[in-house]
Design a protein around this ligand. Structure first.
Ligand code: FES
Length: 108
């Protein structure tokens, strides 16, 4: 079962920007790359550092802590499927933006 979290308009990042979202006890980072939105957990699967402030190159985010790089679309470590940050589908309905999460991920 899934639920759709509606991203407040002021939190929808413009082109090239990112925003931080707190959904229940979950912290997410939302990126706008080439007008495509990507949502991931703001927690590196290596040792838990924030990915929100990481260096972005295309749709690859590099963790500030130890430099691992993750594909925003799949959440996977580059050239590997061994390490993966949770990523969430993002949908648009007109001006509204929704992040699709499993109901169990709500943690409210
Ligand atoms: S905590 Fe992100 S690379 Fe180590």
């Amino acid at each position: 079962m899934t639920f759709h979290f509606e991203v407040p308009q002021e939190k929808v990042p413009t082109l090239g920007e990112r925003s931080f979202l707190q959904i229940g006890d979950k912290a997410l980072a939302l990126f706008n790359v080439a007008h495509q939105l990507y949502a991931i957990d703001d927690s590196c699967p290596h040792q838990g550092a924030s990915l929100f402030g990481g260096r972005l190159a295309g749709k690859v985010i590099q963790c500030c802590a130890h430099g691992l790089r993750f594909d925003l679309a799949s959440g996977c470590l580059l050239n590997s499927t061994q390490l993966k940050v949770a990523s969430y589908p993002v949908t648009r309905v007109g001006e509204q933006v929704f992040i699709v999460m499993d109901a169990g991920e709500r943690h409210e």
